[in-house]
Design a protein. Sequence first.
Length: 278
Amino acid sequence: MSLFLNIRDYLRTLNNERRARRLVSQPCRVINQGFLFSGRSQYFSAQGYEPYQTELVKRVLTEVDSFVNVGAHHGYYCCLALQRGKETIAFEPHPMNVVMLRKHITANQFSEKFRLFEAAVGSSEGSLEFYGGGFTGSLLNTIHTDTPTHERQLVDVVTLDRALNIGESKSLILMDVEGYELEALKGAPNLLRQRHYWLVEILSNHGNNYPYSGVFDLMEANDYEAWGVDEVNEDFKQVALETAREIDSGKRKTAITNYLFIPRGDKLVQKLRERQKP
């Protein structure tokens, strides 16, 4: 049995490496958003990648001075912000994702306003084991439980408060860290007090050890309102803390995975609604 698992893990690793090399060598092409990119087929479809959220991000970007992408992956949203002249800071710990990210920044000549931290984000500085292969991974070991030992790697971890010096400027902070959102936010108490806009991926299926509603609790404590980004119905709707807790307990189901957190009393929702009108 052990021999079979070792062979299976070896073949999977080999396949991930081949796929990674193929994508890295793939030439960049212009996608529907007007910048050069490469990678998965969704980017090149007529509809485009995450079309509703993309349009929402573009509208929010008109209200901010800079963009921060925590878990930047291959840099789609970074390119979207840089295309609009926004100072952009990215955090990405996965070496292959860093290669793809730099490839796209260079192809579009976006380097002047771009800064990259090749690190994960957490509640304290140091280093942690990163689980996953290919172009995906997480610091949360309950997600990639079958990651072979040789595909795990030690990555640097920084906190947002120590890494960022945004000052008085308003930022949109987009976070996609595969289950590590709460820990990343715990390392940003000062940023949370500065009343930026936060767009955070929060999945409800990361296992029993994943505190889904913990993110909502933290944001509520910092006087933010949660708005779910409904990609299917092309809408965003307010999500109460009690609703998040019901999702956490299994009493309620949701297909929404991305949430826009807005400082209570801020006029952003009103502005977005006005722009959404036909």
